[in-house]
Design a protein around this ligand. Structure first.
Ligand code: COM
Length: 518
């Protein structure tokens, strides 16, 4: 279907995407200028965040691009199965948690667990997700002028040729960005009906789970586990490593980790660290998970719902076969800081190149590839970044933990709220969204810590668990990179109540020549 000369409204896009998803429209959806004889500067294989932002940037620099995706929409897995439903579920988990703690008080009714349904939330998401898909197709075409072929898989022929929908396109550069998928652990029974990952949860859940076992201890395990538990579905996490202590979470402060894990336990999540799942048992569908626990005992946990919360891996084999790109030992495509692979004129971006599997990284990888393709040498270092996860809390961090700072600096100063030893006694009235908690359940409002180097007075790290502070961290990241000091923090003009509670806390100590903890 050639859409070049047609402007579809958002509802028309939604309807078209829906028809493609249910198989009524099988032809490619094309916005390609076949009359333009100029060559493509880049073809982006994969229209997720990296391909879409790379395409936009390349066009902004005067280049010609084509982006191709097998799905009938741009934006990739984020709005379809990954980040967006996760955020919906996490927000629902926070609301349900709040309703439970305050059940029957003030204007809150009695919390009715029967109405807190995983399936209802999944269905709610599915019924609304095409709105975001429609917007991205519309925006990419009408506002950003991108050329695209959707609803059709691409075949990479060589570094300058891609085939899609029966037609070959040639290009100066190729940008690979087809993402990653769950790395399903090789456990007997793992393919039984009743075992889900974040994608199949959305596409296939057709019953209300009554008991959940999560295999793995990744961010996803904590996030989805907290949601399932909040609905009243008793959840057990089986994790080989300590929660929030995997390599990519090295900037998680221990005090923050303790607060988060204690919070999950307080809400009834069962956590087995050091556990080894042996088998998913079932008879036609899942009935349990057999596991070896840290003390060596074997146990079988009865369940009708298993969720895989391990990491992700890409499928880079087509690119090895067609192009011979080098992979790392975990199967991710190797790139340099300009997103160049081992093959000239071939770039790779996003989850395909490995962790962190974060939105900012995918988008900026796309931008980085586009800049280099358009002749601007540009490097992207994503070794340091602000990060977050959700339980029923927002959990956010940037920079060094207290322990990391003490390893590197000999005069570390910690500013925290509530102060050490008072975390269970004082509220953290930190931002909108925390005030009702502050007065109904002060001990549940969260915890915040800033880590300074006492000599240079520079901010080294910031950590927060609670409500409403996440947005402050992208700016704190920027300020830490610029070398902001405690004195400059104290000069900022905060809006009271503010998520950047660190400002006023820092000002309380900024006047001291010799900084001390708060
Ligand atoms: C966001 C998708 S959900 S994209 O980054 O805007 O393409």
């Amino acid at each position: 279907m050639q859409l070049r000369d047609t402007v579809l409204s958002i509802p028309e896009w939604e309807a078209l995407i829906h028809r493609a998803e249910v198989g009524e429209v099988t032809e490619p959806l094309e916005n390609v200028d076949h009359d333009d004889p100029s060559p493509y500067d880049a073809i982006f294989v994969g229209g997720g965040a990296g391909g879409r932002f790379g395409s936009a940037y390349l066009r902004a620099r005067g280049g010609r691009q084509l982006v191709i995706d097998k799905w009938p929409f741009l934006g990739g897995s984020c709005p379809h199965q990954a980040c967006v439903p996760h955020h919906l579920f996490s927000e629902a988990a926070r609301e349900m948690d709040y309703m439970r703690w305050n059940s029957g008080t003030l204007w809150f009714g009695e919390f009715d667990e029967k109405r807190a349904s995983i399936r209802d939330l999944v269905d709610l998401f599915k019924s609304g997700r095409n709105n975001a898909h429609a917007f991205m197709n519309w925006q990419s075409k009408e506002q950003l002028g991108m050329e695209y072929v959707l609803n059709a898989p691409a075949t990479v022929v060589d570094a300058h040729t891609v085939e899609v929908a029966g037609r070959r396109y040639t290009t100066r550069s190729l940008v690979l960005g087809t993402g990653a998928r769950t790395d399903v652990p090789p456990i007997p029974g793992i393919h039984l009906p009743g075992v889900f990952d974040f994608a199949s949860l959305i596409e296939e859940l057709n019953y209300e789970p009554s008991r959940c076992v999560i295999i793995g201890g990744s961010k996803i395990a904590l996030e989805y586990g907290s949601f399932f538990q909040a609905t009243g579905c008793q959840t057990t996490i089986l994790s080989r490593s300590k929660l929030m202590r995997t390599a990519s979470l090295h900037h998680v402060d221990e005090d923050l980790r303790t607060y988060v894990v204690d919070g999950m336990l307080k809400r009834g999540v069962e956590i087995h660290e050091g556990a080894e799942p042996i088998e998913v048992v079932g008879d036609g569908s899942v009935t349990g998970v057999r596991a070896r626990l840290a003390d060596g005992t074997e146990t079988t946990i009865d369940t009708d719902f298993v969720f895989i919360g391990t990491g992700e891996r890409p499928d880079a084999r087509p690119y090895v076969t067609a192009l011979g790109v080098d992979l790392d030992d975990r199967g991710f495509v190797k790139v340099d800081a300009r997103m160049r692979t081992s093959v000239p004129d071939v770039y790779a971006i996003g989850d395909l190149i490995g962790a962190p599997m974060e939105m900012f990284k995918a988008r900026k990888c796309g931008m980085t590839a586009a800049r280099n393709i358009m002749g601007e040498p540009y490097e992207f270092d994503f070794s340091e970044y602000p990060d977050f996860l959700h339980t029923t809390y927002e959990v956010t961090w940037v920079g060094l933990t207290e322990a990391e700072a003490r390893d590197r600096y000999d005069d570390v100063v910690v500013i925290q709220m509530p102060p050490k030893g008072l975390v269970d006694e004082i509220a953290l009235p930190c931002a909108e969204g925390s005030m009702l908690y502050a007065f109904t359940r002060p001990e549940l409002t969260g915890f915040q810590k800033a880590v300074y180097d006492g000599r240079s007075r520079r901010l080294l790290g910031a950590h927060h668990v609670g409500f409403g502070a996440k947005d402050a961290f992208q700016y704190l990241d920027h300020l830490i990179r610029k070398g902001i000091t405690i004195d400059e923090m104290g000069e900022m003009n905060e809006l009271f109540l503010n998520p950047d509670h660190f400002i006023q806390l820092s000002r309380l100590r900024a006047g001291n020549n010799d900084l001390v903890d708060l």
